[in-house]
Design a protein. Structure first.
Length: 166
């Protein structure tokens, strides 16, 4: 599954999806399945396979709820926001709500990395709507918490957004 996720992120989503499917079949039904389904949904979304991504994310939510395994709920919520955005203008309000729930969940779990990802997604959305003044404080707050790891993709993306907003 990790190989499939990586292969897709490096530019071969079709091969990555095939590897991921095999991994999900082999790994079976474990406590980590919701997490892997979230990664799979992200991979499918990257490939433009929105309906399949929605199905994977729906299963992830169901399994999280059934098993009460909520360690990755923040990311599941964030990805649901990204799926809403894939619907275009019709999904913007739901996307914003999902991103805000993801931030709240991350804060409750004290999961700063997930909070950063959710805040970055929300900031992108608000910027696209011309709401920079509203977007900046949320991202500044969580970005300021980090003291290292600035070479990671998530922190680099957040820094680019912050720099663009001045």
């Amino acid at each position: 599954m990790y190989e499939g996720w990586g292969v897709a992120r490096l530019g071969d989503p079709a091969r990555g999806i095939d590897l991921f499917r095999r991994g999900l079949e082999e790994y079976g039904d474990t406590i980590w399945r919701p997490c892997f389904l979230g990664f799979f949904a992200e991979t499918l979304l990257q490939a433009g396979r929105v309906d399949e991504a929605r199905a994977a994310l729906t299963e992830a939510f169901e399994r999280e709820d059934t098993a009460r395994e909520l360690a990755h709920r923040t990311e599941t919520l964030r990805l649901s926001g990204e799926l809403h955005l894939a619907r275009g203008e019709a999904g913007v309000a739901e996307a914003e709500a999902a991103f805000r729930r993801a931030i709240e969940t991350a804060r409750a779990q004290e999961a700063k990395a997930y909070e950063l990802r959710a805040a970055t997604s929300l900031t992108r959305l608000l910027r696209a709507q011309g709401r920079d003044e509203e977007a900046r404080p949320t991202l500044v707050d969580v970005f300021g918490w980090f003291t290292e790891g600035f070479g990671t993709e998530d922190l680099r993306e957040a820094k680019v957004l912050l720099d663009e907003m001045g």
